[in-house]
Design a protein around this ligand. Structure first.
Ligand code: PRP
Length: 216
């Protein structure tokens, strides 16, 4: 029997995801050794392997079947637009995709002025402004610390993730429009879903059960 390969988005989410997997008996001792430079971690008894990847690469690994299962934020799923099944909302890492900026930018948004939008998520921003709001904007792709853009005059507004709102607040910015809610999702390769149906649905159902218990 082949191992099931699980790709986790590096960082905060990976820790939380492993915590949840631990609760359904999926553990990985190898992963806990922080000094190790290993990229792939195995739990031989369970027939599982894990790797950590940059969040935006997780959908790529899953679409091509290099990973059978991925755990990644909905922001990345929407942005990457890869072919795969999104099977479960893990209800963690909850936050929102928002348009934010100085409060004075509200008027420009309302009047449909040609504004510049800085973001790490150009596809989400395009879909929102062009397809949902039918507003022409100029989208500027950045790779991090997007909140800087309206402060230094690169753009009027940003499209970014807001979790606690602390980053916006500390930088004198506010949420101007909410685009959509976000949270971590379990995604599955389309072929793996057929070939490994039993093992993958077992993981999925165990997770569903534990999530249900948490809600109660
Ligand atoms: C994310 C996001 C915001 C911040 C929001 O950035 O892009 O900057 O977190 O969180 P808050 O509402 O709780 O303040 P991240 O820390 O991933 O770093 P980055 O900006 O360099 O991508």
């Amino acid at each position: 029997m082949d191992d099931i390969m699980i790709a986790l988005a590096k960082g905060r989410l990976a820790k939380k995801a492993m915590g949840l997997l631990n609760e359904i008996g999926i553990t990985c001792e190898e992963m806990e050794d922080k000094t190790s430079r290993k990229l792939i971690f195995a739990n031989k008894e369970l027939g599982l392997k894990f790797f950590l990847a940059k969040a935006s690469d997780v959908p790529t690994y899953v679409e091509y079947g290099a990973a059978d299962i991925g755990i990644v934020g909905r922001d990345t799923i929407l942005e990457e637009g890869r072919k795969m099944y999104e099977v479960l909302d893990l209800r963690m890492g909850k936050c929102k995709m928002c348009v934010a900026g100085p409060k004075e930018a509200k008027d420009k948004l309302l009047h449909g002025e040609l504004i510049r939008v800085a973001t790490k998520y150009p596809n989400i921003a395009k879909d929102y402004f062009y397809n949902k709001k039918h507003q022409t904007v100029e989208i500027i792709k950045l790779n991090g610390s997007v909140e800087l853009a309206p402060i230094v005059g690169l753009s009027e507004v940003i499209v970014d993730i807001v979790e606690t709102g602390e980053t916006l607040k500390e930088n004198g910015l506010v949420v101007l429009e909410e685009i959509c809610p976000l949270s971590a999702r379990m995604v599955v390769n389309q072929v793996s879903m057929k070939m490994e149906h039993k093992r993958i649905t077992k993981i999925m159902n165990d997770l569903k059960e534990i999530l249900k218990q948490k809600e109660m």
